[in-house]
Design a protein around this ligand. Structure first.
Ligand code: AR6
Length: 169
């Protein structure tokens, strides 16, 4: 099980996996951070597909094609805005990871890459988010049969890579 999870530093938009996860907002109509980067790299087809989805509640996930990306699919999920931790943020962040994996499994995804959902503009504390993400992914992966062969945790900078490494060990 453990060998399915790995952390790497890099830009998620270039990753050659079946699906990349986008840390989107409730509109699903693009934004800054990883969301902006994914829309730029995927091209206008992605925004056109997102318009048809009609938004997404926090903690849920939606799937589109990847358009000009190397990844076949984009799984858009909406993380919680950090408000101190007492507003259900951990449960909502956990739901993002679970719901993204459910959707991936339903579409036959064998390899998936996640950014650090909510850890940028949305302000979720990085260390806590990494520990939660890994706990949730491990629990999901060991709890049912699935066709996933690789779950990649993508750190955009060295600080995030360190946080993932600590949380994995
Ligand atoms: N590849 C991998 N990780 C990245 C990339 C990239 N190209 N770019 C940024 N990150 P954020 P959030 C990291 O702010 O906190 C958007 O405007 C970044 O360093 O993108 O969930 C949406 O539209 C950080 O660790 O997402 C929403 O409005 C992580 O990705 C809002 O931001 C997430 O940072 C969502 O905020």
């Amino acid at each position: 099980m453990e060998d399915l999870l790995r952390c790497v530093q890099g830009d998620i938009t270039g990753m050659e996996v079946d699906a990349i996860v986008n840390a989107a907002n409730n509109s699903l109509l693009g934004g800054g951070g990883v969301d902006g980067a994914i829309h730029r790299a995927a091209g206008p087809g992605l925004l056109a597909a997102c318009r048809l989805l009609g938004g997404c509640p926090t903690g849920e996930a939606r799937l589109t094609d990847g358009y000009l990306l190397p990844a076949r699919y984009v799984i858009h999920t909406v993380g919680p805005v950090w408000q101190g931790g007492g507003e259900g943020e951990p449960e909502l962040l956990a739901a993002c990871y679970r719901n993204s994996l459910e959707l991936a499994a339903r579409h036959g995804v064998a390899s998936i890459a996640f950014p650090a959902i909510s850890c940028g503009v949305y302000g979720y504390p990085l260390e806590a988010a990494c520990v939660l993400a890994i706990g949730e992914l491990r629990a999901w992966l060991s709890g049912r049969p699935h066709g996933l062969r690789e779950v990649r945790l993508v750190a955009f900078d060295a600080r995030a890579l360190d946080a993932y490494r600590r949380a994995l060990s």
